[in-house]
Ligand binder design. Structure first.
Ligand code: GMT
Length: 381
């Protein structure tokens, strides 16, 4: 199959899923073309089946806002025609789904019928998409997609509850590549972070408000008061400066390290004991899955799709959004004894295996085949 993938090529979860999916499809022999405005973060190697087409937006004095969506649609038309793609898969509704729809209409004028699949990842529905600024376009482009997937049942329900959806949505959850995410021997790093064998907690995110990173700091403060421990804050974003300030005012700076954006997050996870994800809303929680794959249990909120990933009392625990006390107590119950911690680590790993890339990839391939077959049938008539 020849597949075109459109995504935000950044550190965000949707870009990671799109890139990892493309790499796995290429490994299986499919030809994969990424069409984005810069090289996706995890696509920094050579593979015979992987191609990258850059969307460049021409600046012009008239434009206060350069029309990225038009540039993307034009690029899609160009790549589909030249590379003779079979299907487009766009990740994140805004503006990728509407650009794909526009490209599809233009391609029809050349007698080319290409179906497109839209994968909804979370904030494109739960935050930005619901906003009246975008809602009519998001609704229209979801309904005009030849296939629509969401990363959890919860996101499917949110989409159906908040938009006037006339198309069938298929749930295909996030996945994990165990050839990358597994325990790495990083004892020297553990010694540097926790020289007195303290427990190590970790949070990874883009530090947006929705992640409630200040809750992470406050939960940790309560844990630290009971159990010798350290906290690693990985990633960067708008809340980081406030969080650093909060650590100062709580007097816990010597126990908290802000590491910024990190490529080899699996190496850091390998030395950690517990993952904290108190998000206000989380459609799946890929970062928690990455932690579990490295045998790190998770304390999460019970929002969105997190209950579909984190099995309460097994791979970690869940609490109501904002219940810092409960999250801290549950974390302490895991960290208190080596035996309990060891059991939770094994459980987290076992749960992660349900989302092994090898199990999820065939769902995408089968879905592409179905969408292509339906489109071909439509144009035979
Ligand atoms: O978590 C983020 O803010 C990034 C965001 C994205 O779209 O890049 O992640 C979303 O997609 C991930 C991959 O499908 C999901 O695992 C995350 O749960 C989801 N984030 C939210 O719903 C907040």
């Amino acid at each position: 199959m020849k597949i075109g993938i459109v995504c935000y090529p950044t550190f965000g979860g949707s870009g990671v899923v799109a890139t990892e999916l493309g790499k796995a499809l290429a490994d299986e022999g499919h030809q994969v073309h990424f069409i984005t405005y810069s090289q996706p973060a995890r696509l920094d190697f050579f593979s015979a089946n992987l191609f990258y087409h850059e969307v460049s937006v021409r600046d012009y004095p008239l434009f206060d806002y350069a029309p990225y969506e038009s540039a993307l649609a034009s690029k899609l038309v160009d790549v589909v025609r030249f590379e003779q793609l079979d299907i487009l898969h766009v990740h994140y509704a805004i503006p990728h789904a509407s650009a794909a729809f526009m490209a599809k209409q233009i391609l029809e004028t050349f007698g080319i019928h290409i179906p497109f699949v839209t994968t909804l990842h979370g904030t494109d529905i739960t935050l930005v998409g619901k906003d009246p600024t975008y809602k009519p376009v998001v609704t229209f482009s979801i309904n005009k997609s030849d296939g629509v997937t969401t990363v959890s049942e919860s996101l499917k329900k949110d989409t159906e509850d908040h938009f006037d959806i006339t198309t069938e949505i298929k749930v295909i959850p996030n996945f994990i590549d165990f050839s990358r995410f597994s325990l790495k021997p990083k004892d020297h790093f553990k010694k540097a972070i926790a020289p007195n064998n303290e427990r190590i907690l970790i949070h990874t995110s883009n530090f947006r408000k929705v992640k409630r990173t200040s809750d992470v700091i406050r939960i940790f403060q309560k844990i630290q008061a009971k159990i010798p421990s350290k906290l690693l804050m990985v990633g960067d974003g708008p809340e980081r400066a406030y969080d650093e300030q909060l650590c100062r005012s709580l007097g816990i700076c010597e126990h908290v390290r802000f590491l910024g954006k990190q490529d080899a997050v699996e190496e850091i996870l390998s030395v950690c004991d517990l993952f904290l994800m108190p998000s206000h809303s989380e459609s799946f929680g890929l970062a928690a899955l990455e932690a579990m794959a490295c045998k790190v249990p998770a304390i999460t909120s019970n929002s969105g799709g997190l209950p579909e990933l984190n099995v309460d009392g097994f791979s970690g625990y869940m609490s109501n959004v904002g219940d810092i006390e409960d999250m801290a107590n549950k974390a302490i119950s895991i960290l208190e004894t080596d035996e309990v911690l060891k059991q939770f680590k094994e459980n987290a790993f076992a749960r992660a295996q349900d989302f092994d890339l090898k199990k999820i990839l065939p769902d995408y391939v089968a879905y592409y085949n179905k969408v292509i077959a339906e489109s071909q049938k439509l144009h035979e008539v």
